[in-house]
Design a protein around this ligand. Structure first.
Ligand code: ZN
Length: 487
């Protein structure tokens, strides 16, 4: 057995790490008290060539390796062994590797010469620093799992606050008061005034970097925004969100969770400007007294999208109307993009507690709305679920990114306040019981078992890791080049 093992190690050429091979060679040569010239001469190569090999900058040919092994009294397999001959050598190899990594130049620190004069203590410290740096970078890159956990934590934060953030409401109200806006929709002119109040100018450009929604230049105090597309109402929300970062004094996000929190806050801030609490609450209270609350009224009175109106309703409903609610935005395939609840409705979740990317029950209003022949009007339905009966109203939203439904629902006991409660549409959802809608009928499953290979249309933004960086997903080079051209 040992001969077979030995012969395998001699003849097998594995792609060895040149740094490790070089360190081993140097270790053996020094242990034998031999000079570079001496050993190089014995195997018929130049001293400089041997030096390159020892420094891991050149891979020795198999013939040279065999000759070197013979001269130093060892087996070629030994030289190729991945194990370092000593702890010091192991540290040297690790530091060399760190300093030759593609990511090293970006650190902006000089490389240290890894030679015998480098004290072992300093070597230990440098290797330790490189290790923790690598760990921190891994931590910072939001893996799908990180992103999903951060999403779950954020949803919990929103739920505990009943999706109402008083600080942001006050910040929005103060800004509106400062420009003397008291009533009526926030027009483009008002948005310009809000920006001016903060000392900023809104600049619409055609060459906004593709990886951004807006870019703020804090030196020249400009917010760059895309040109509003023809047919699209305007870019008010984008502008207001960019101003939100300034008003809420956001710092460069520390991690992915921080980034997500900021996104939610600027979204909230923009919605609070478009549908101010001071104006919306009396209207909603009035509608509640009339038992005639409708998302469409908010949408029409404040000239906003159905989604903004629905989002805003969830901010104010529990706080001011004592109505628990749920909200969701799903794709036409039933996949959750955004959702919120404090009324006990059970969204499908993955093991990390995240709901983004999960598919909601086929029988929920949010999916049934896609089956309606007339998609221009909101659709209402009662749904019996294992956690109770809910009434929901749902509208289809067509966007360049696809078709979505936006839904708002309340528990059965609260439906008396809502317009559309007289609907006779009803369905039963037994999810998460697989027999409800996720498990195909047994007969079909049997007939097609092993005979079908569907290819998934992956929702990459939900499943893929966010590219690492201070602002996840943003192409920094593109942004700085853009700013340079415009300043
Ligand atoms: Zn179901």
């Amino acid at each position: 057995m040992s001969e077979i093992g030995m012969s395998a190690s001699v003849t097998t050429i594995t792609p060895a790490d040149p740094i490790a091979v070089g360190r081993r060679l140097r270790h053996l040569r020094r242990a034998a008290h031999r000079t570079l010239d001496d050993v190089a001469g014995a195997v018929g190569i130049s001293a400089s060539a041997l030096s390159l090999i020892e420094n891991g900058r050149r891979e020795p040919k198999l013939g040279v390796l065999t000759a070197l092994a013979a001269d130093l009294g060892t087996a070629p397999g030994e030289l190729l062994s991945p194990a370092a001959p000593s702890r010091r050598t192991a540290l040297e190899i690790e530091l060399e590797r760190a300093q030759r990594a593609d990511s090293f130049p970006a650190l902006g620190v000089p490389a240290v010469r890894v030679g015998p004069r480098l004290p072992t203590e300093a070597l230990e410290a440098l290797v330790g620093l490189h290790r923790s740096l690598a760990a921190a970078q891994t931590e910072r890159a939001a893996t799908p799992e990180h992103a999903r956990r951060a999403n779950a934590a954020l949803r919990e934060r929103m739920r505990l606050a009943d999706n109402y953030f008083g600080d942001i409401e006050r910040a929005a109200e103060q800004l509106l008061a400062a420009v003397g806006h008291s009533a009526g929709p926030i027009t483009r002119t008002v948005v310009d005034k809000l920006a001016a109040q903060l000392g900023y100018t809104l600049v619409h450009v055609t060459d906004l970097p593709a990886s951004t929604r807006s870019v703020t230049d804090t030196v020249h105090r400009r917010v760059y925004l895309p040109q509003p597309e023809a047919g699209q109402s305007d870019s008010r929300s984008l502008a207001l969100q960019a101003l939100g970062h300034l008003v809420l004094q956001h710092q460069v996000p520390a991690d992915y969770a921080d980034f997500l929190n900021q996104r939610v806050e600027i979204n909230y801030f923009a919605a609070a400007l478009l549908i101010p609490e001071r104006a919306a609450v009396p209207l909603l209270r009035n509608a509640q007294a009339e038992k005639d609350i409708a998302i469409e009224d908010l949408r029409d009175l404040f000239a906003v999208s159905y989604e903004t109106a629905a989002h805003r309703f969830t901010n104010l409903a529990t706080r001011h109307l004592e109505l628990p609610v749920h909200f969701m935005r799903i794709s036409s395939a039933g996949v959750i993009y955004k959702a919120y609840e404090n009324d006990g409705v059970h969204f499908p979740t993955d093991p990390t507690g995240a709901i983004e990317g999960q598919r909601v029950c086929r029988f929920w209003t949010a999916r049934q709305v896609f089956e309606r022949p007339d998609r221009s009007a909101a659709y209402q339905q009662y749904t019996d679920t294992p956690s109770g009966t809910y009434w929901c109203t749902s509208a289809v939203d067509r966007t360049p990114a696809g078709t979505f439904s936006v839904s708002v629902g309340v528990p059965y006991r609260q439906v008396k306040w809502m317009r559309g409660r007289e609907t006779t549409e009803r369905s039963v959802s037994r999810c998460p019981d697989p027999a409800c809608c996720t498990r195909p009928p047994a007969e079909l499953a049997q007939r097609w078992e092993g005979k079908v290979w569907p290819s998934a249309r992956v929702h990459s933004h939900l499943l893929a890791a966010m590219p690492p960086g201070v602002f996840p997903g943003v192409d920094d080079t593109e942004v700085l080049t853009f700013l340079q051209q415009h300043s």
